[in-house]
Write a protein that binds this ligand. Structure first.
Ligand code: FAD
Length: 387
């Protein structure tokens, strides 16, 4: 049966749209992905040597405050409660992250109360002499003072973005909360959990519907693909691939950061005692080490082997590099504005997801955005059609 909707990209955005179109509207949906697996960047698989579930594109921790998204996703997977708690290695000493009362007290070798710690950081911050804090570095120093900034933010963020931190927008900092309690959960959200049977099982369950067909290894933008952009204008398309690629880079390439992963198996049952340790100092080339066994402490993993993955961050500037984090420089924003005008003019194509809209989306945000595209755009359109 010929498809009534084509979804390009089997990530969480594409799978949510496909499922909704099949269930709400009874459409036959064809989902294409150029990779060999479902789930986009949220895909995971068992490490062949140890059986430990490793997230192929970097560690994913599900979290949300959105009741609708939480209820929706619980249809496809059970979740195991899991709160990601950070640690940072600074000059060979481990501190808890995000910066909280334990970090502050350990750093200043003190036993300050919350009020005393606030006063101490206010005092450090008052030494900031610059003008309005409009960039990352000034904002950080004006909030917490130079010592904590230099210990936990400067080196790590420099490695992450490879750019002068005075050129990064101040908003980059607001993502990392500072807490005056001993709570070092990374996220504040009500629901923080991992799919009990892994990400692969969750994604397969979303795609498992009699009216959804998935074809992997198909690049929609390739002229020789079995289904490609030749269908545009005839069949409705939801496109979640990179927007610049869709338009042949006509407005220039949008810049992204990517990650290189270095996987190691160690002959021990526990390498670092926690899922993630950040490396705060610029002299250490990797940004963090992930030890995946700690994401599922409830599982029966081998007692004598463990898998770690070191992450190295760099610009995605070589063909084949995976785009991970949008750089969002001034020139990127100007290009995006021009691409948006082109998207509006594209007949019967809806752009969505992380790559299709050039914005970082957490998993719950990708699902929420897909539900909202259905509610506000696709469903109203489909109701006007006799399908
Ligand atoms: P994607 O998952 O990128 O899926 C897009 C799909 O489109 C891909 O599979 C791609 O192959 C396919 N595609 C692209 N072009 C074409 C084409 N021409 N033809 C066919 N297919 C195409 N979120 C969290 O909630 N918690 C986390 O801890 C977390 N950690 C993350 C860590 C890293 C390193 C990264 C990069 C992301 C992380 N995320 C996390 C975000 C999460 O991965 C995204 O929210 C989610 O992947 C977005 O889904 P998506 O469907 O928009 O995009």
């Amino acid at each position: 049966m010929s498809p009534q909707l084509i979804v390009v990209g089997a990530g969480l955005f594409g799978l949510t749209v496909a499922r909704e179109a099949a269930e709400r509207h009874g459409l036959h949906v064809l989902v294409l992905d150029r990779r060999s697996h479902l789930g986009g960047n949220a895909w995971s698989e068992a490490d062949p040597e140890t059986g430990i579930e490793v997230h192929r594109y970097g560690p994913h921790f599900f979290h949300t405050n959105n009741e609708r998204v939480w209820t929706y996703l619980n249809r496809f997977t059970a979740f195991t409660p899991f709160s990601y708690r950070g640690q940072s290695n600074h000059r060979g000493e481990i501190f808890p992250l995000p910066v909280n009362l334990a970090t502050i007290n350990q750093f200043y070798r003190a036993a300050m109360s919350p009020d005393e710690a606030r006063a101490r950081l206010r005092e450090e911050a008052s030494m900031y002499q610059g003008g309005p804090a409009t960039n990352f570095e000034d904002k950080a120093i004006s909030l917490i003072g130079r010592p904590l900034y230099e210990a936990f933010f400067k080196g790590y963020t420099t490695k992450q973005w490879q750019t002068d931190l005075r050129l990064l927008p101040a908003e980059t900092l607001t993502r990392l909360p500072i807490r005056y309690t001993y709570d070092n959960r990374w996220f504040n959200d009500k629901y923080q959990a991992q799919p009990a049977d892994g990400y692969a099982a969750w994604m397969r369950s979303m795609a498992d519907h009699p009216r959804i067909e998935v074809r992997l290894g198909v690049d929609f933008l390739s002229p020789t693909a079995e289904v490609n952009r030749g269908v545009v204008g005839r069949v409705p398309v939801v496109y979640t691939g990179p927007v610049d690629e869709y338009f042949g880079d006509a407005e220039g390439r949008l810049s992204w950061r990517t990650l290189d992963f270095h996987t190691e198996v160690h002959p021990t049952g526990d390498f670092q005692g926690t899922a993630i340790v950040n490396y705060a100092d610029v002299e250490v080339p990797w940004t963090r080490i992930v030890e995946y066994r700690h994401v599922h402490p409830e599982r029966d993993y081998p007692a004598d082997r463990t898998v770690t993955v070191k992450e190295f961050s760099r610009f995605a500037d070589t063909p084949g590099d995976e785009p991970y984090y949008p750089v969002n420089a001034v020139e990127d924003r100007a290009r995006l504005t021009r691409y948006r005008a082109r998207m509006e003019a594209e007949p019967l194509v809806w752009f969505g997801g992380r790559l299709g809209t050039y914005q970082y989306l957490d998993m719950h945000m990708a699902v929420a955005a897909a539900l909202s595209l259905m509610d506000n755009k696709l469903s109203p359109y489909l109701q006007t059609q006799t399908v």
